[in-house]
Design a protein around this ligand. Structure first.
Ligand SMILES: Nc1ncnc2c1ncn2[C@@H]1O[C@H](COP(=O)(O)OP(=O)(O)O)[C@@H](O)[C@H]1O
Ligand SMILES: [Mg+2]
Length: 225
């Protein structure tokens, strides 16, 4: 599903990624771990076309990221859901409305929205918060609304960039469990994090990145710093 081939990325003269090779199969759950500045977010940004690579190539299914045109980015982004550490929900909208808004933007009908939003909120375990506003939710609940929103267009790939970064241990574990559940339902998940303790519990493939290079790959990894 995703193939990084000898990918190098510079920011001005700074080499952020150096000769990255990575193959991700459909349905995999991959944890991308490494310290701050290692290059995790850069890898995810290349996948959504938010940054361009300088050397090598990236394939996402049939899409060649070195050849993609700006006009094709919306097509690519329909395949991908993204969640970040910084949870940006619409503060004056309920959980339902936050997810509904994402669906409106991607052109779903009111009928589809009314059918799908309750299902998605149920999937993330927030049926009881359907009509609550973000300020009435815990950090973990807000992140789960953000994940619900990222699923609204039924992506085949979910990119999560430090999704537990602002959460306490219990909320973080809930978010990870949810990502695992989404993966079990068929979505490929790429989780970028520096939280090695969380990754150890996931027991899925772990890719370690240091200074822009992949330094370790483990199948059901115990990640050590
Ligand atoms: N927009 C940018 N301009 C210049 N340097 C950047 C930019 N974004 C990231 N970097 C640098 O690239 C390296 C990798 O950053 P990043 O991918 O954000 O790492 P991580 O997500 O693992 O913390 C870091 O040294 C960072 O300072
Ligand atoms: Mg980052």
């Amino acid at each position: 599903m995703i193939e990084f081939k000898k990918v190098t990325k510079y920011y001005n003269n700074h080499k952020a990624l150096n000769n990255i090779n990575l193959h991700v199969k459909q349905g995999e759950f991959i944890s991308l771990v490494g310290m701050s500045g290692a290059g995790k977010s850069t890898m995810l940004k290349l996948l959504v076309g938010e940054e361009q690579l300088d050397d090598g190539s990236i394939l996402i299914d049939d899409i060649d990221m070195t050849k993609i045109r700006k006009s094709d980015l919306p097509y690519l982004r329909r395949k991908i859901g993204v969640v970040f550490q910084d949870i940006k929900l619409l503060p004056k909208r309920t959980a339902f409305e936050n997810v509904a808004f994402a669906m409106e933007v991607s052109g779903h009908t009111k009928e589809q929205i009314n059918k799908d939003v309750p299902r998605i909120l149920e999937l993330v375990g927030l049926t009881h918060k359907t009509h609550n506003f973000p300020h009435e939710m815990s950090g973990g609940e807000k992140q789960r609304v953000a994940i619900a929103r990222s699923l609204a267009h039924r992506p085949v790939l979910l990119l999560a960039d430090e999704p537990t970064g602002n959460l306490d241990e219990i909320n973080a574990a809930e978010v990870i469990d949810l990502l695992l559940k989404i993966n079990e339902l068929g979505t490929t998940v790429l989780l970028a994090t520096h939280a090695s303790d969380l990754v150890n519990k996931i027991k899925k493939r772990v890719i370690t990145i240091e200074g822009g290079q992949i330094t370790m790959e483990q199948e059901k990894g115990k990640y050590k710093l």
